[in-house]
Structure formats: structure tokens, C-alpha cells
Design a protein around this ligand. Sequence first.
Ligand SMILES: NC(=O)c1ccc[n+]([C@@H]2O[C@H](COP(=O)([O-])OP(=O)(O)OC[C@H]3O[C@@H](n4cnc5c(N)ncnc54)[C@H](O)[C@@H]3O)[C@@H](O)[C@H]2O)c1
Length: 332
Amino acid sequence: MILVTGGAGYIGSVCVERLLAQGNEVVVIDNLIEGNRGAVLPEAVFVEGDFGDWKVLNKIFTQYSVDVVVHFAAHASVPLSMADPAGFYQNNVINGINLLDAMMEHDCKKMIFSSSASTFGEPQHTPIDEDHPQLPINPYGETKLAFEKILYWYHKAYGLQVNSFRYFNASGASEKLGEAHKHESHLIPLAIQAATGKREKLEVYGHDYDTKDGTCVRDYVHVIDIASAHIRAIDNLDKHPFAAYNLGCGVGYTVDDVINAVQDISELKVPFEYVGRRAGDPAVLVASHKLAEKELGWKPSYNLERIVESAWKWHEAHPNGYHGNGEVSTVR
Ligand SMILES: NC(=O)c1ccc[n+]([C@@H]2O[C@H](COP(=O)([O-])OP(=O)(O)OC[C@H]3O[C@@H](n4cnc5c(N)ncnc54)[C@H](O)[C@@H]3O)[C@@H](O)[C@H]2O)c1
């Protein structure tokens, strides 16, 4: 049995879908603060609960023979972390230790962890490889880095096997599952919402960066590619029992490129406005995925066009996200 924390969230739900497709049994824990019950396929066991709650975890580990924990659950917004560092340390670090201790108590010693590119901070060179210094510039990145370090010491002291992934910009959708954050801050869904009139306009932060059109450059990686890296990592743990990999395509696109792609694919106009830079936004963030390719045999398979196409298709089929039309499963 595989325990997926945050499996009702965006990336977690797609990973659950892929794990199930490969014949795995999956139990999801999610407190639905950000996720959607309708994003958890009915073939998975769903436990509505908090991974900071020892009793709930103890019950799960007692009831199911959990071999691996895939740990997505976290507070994941940079701007929210600037306003509430305490909440981020509580959820991403303290609750994480609770999860690790429950795992150790029940002799479950394998974890795949969702870290983040935000652990790197301002890029000192690009593309960013795994040797790049990790100097986060916001509480979100700090909490992810803190947890990576905690994982190292659990590995050393207690034999925890762990692969961490530092995703760049997760994006795109599967046929059934897509991006529907309650507090949306990601460019592609925001651009789609603006195109479809769900929001008045898209605000583009900064138009004076040293890039081809003055807008920020980011590396977009498809959520299905991310899920496939996790599945490969489960088999990688015995060979590489403590490893961290950057997940990106190695190609950067500006905000204007993304807006143009959304306009081309949707055949709709994206109303947008250039506003001032946002604190803590580096001009360019592009990953090197050479290590993931070498050790996991992982390569991204979606380019920006296919990423936006899949996101657009999902939003067209699920105009209300997981609410109302287009729910993939009903609440049990
Ligand atoms: N989306 C990205 O581009 C991106 C980039 C880098 C890293 N990440 C990391 O990947 C992971 C998943 O990201 P996402 O975009 O799918 O986010 P998400 O918010 O959609 O998913 C996180 C899920 O965790 C759940 N959750 C949060 N705290 C919980 C708690 N205490 N107990 C139980 N459930 C809890 C939420 O309800 C949500 O369903 C996060 O750890 C995030 O930091 C995401």
C-alpha cells in the first residue's frame, strides 16, 4: 500500500491516478484545506484528516501495510508564506516530523518528498542543477529546505530511504484531473481564467527584466511527467537511498510566451496588465534535469504547447473545476 499525503491536491491527485493505473493500492490523506475531494479517484481509499494528527496517522499505519509514503501535503504558496511563516513552519516542518515519526514507529522507511525549486533562491547560474547553492528567499522555500535536511538526518540515523524532487513550475492536466487550487497563483490557470472571463484580467508582475520581452522566464513541467518521476523514484530508493532531483524541462518561457500559447490554443484573448515586479521573483528560473535523467531514466515529454493544450482541455471540460459539472468522483 502506498500512502499519498495531499492526494486531493493538484499534483498529488495526478500521481494517485498514475499509481492506480500501474496497479498499486493507494490510501490518501488530505484535510481538503486546498485540495478537492472530487480529485481523488474512487479506486483510492480516502481519509479526510491532517498529517499533523498522530491518531489519524497511527490508525492508517495500523490498518494498512504502508510500504512507501509519497508526501505532497504542504502549504505551497510563496506570497502566503511571507504573510504567515508560522503556519508554514507548522505544516511543512512540524507536521512533517509527526509524519516521519509515525512512519518510524510503524517501520515504514521509504518516502518520496515534494520539495521545490524555491529552495535555491536567487539563481547564481542557470540552468539550476542539484549542486546549485540552496539559499531560499522566502519562508516557503525555507520550510522545504528545512525538511530536506531533516530527511537527511532521519536517513543517517534511522535508515529512512528518501528521494526528494525540486519541481520547477508544475503545470498541465491529465484527462480527468487538473489544476484547481482554491487560492490560485499559477500562471497557466490564471491566464485561462482571464481568457474565459472568470477573472477580469491577468496581472503580469514586472515588464523590465533582462529577458527577451521583459517578463520573467520559468520552466514549465507537466504534472504527468512529475508523476512518472515519482513512480520511478519508488524503484530507485534501494539504489539511491538518499537523493534529490530537479524536475524541469530545461527550457525557459517568458510570461508573454505563456499568454500567447493560451491565446493560440483557446482562440480567445487573454486580457492582461503589466504591473510592478513582485518581491522575491528572480528573472530566470530554469532547471537542469540531467541527474534525474541519469539516475532515474526520466525525461520530460511535454513541451509548453502540449502543456497548455492539456490544461485548456481540462478547463473546458471542467468549467467549474471540481465543483458542479465535471466532478470525477462523488463524495463518499
Ligand atoms: N505546483 C507547483 O508548481 C509546485 C512546485 C514545487 C513544489 N510543489 C510542491 O508539491 C506539493 C503539491 O503541490 P500542489 O500544487 O499539488 O499543491 P496543492 O495545494 O494542490 O496540494 C497540497 C494538498 O495538501 C493538502 N494539505 C495541506 N496541508 C495538509 C495537512 N496538514 N494535512 C492533510 N492535507 C494537507 C491540501 O489540502 C492539498 O490538497 C507541495 O508540497 C508543493 O509545495 C508544487
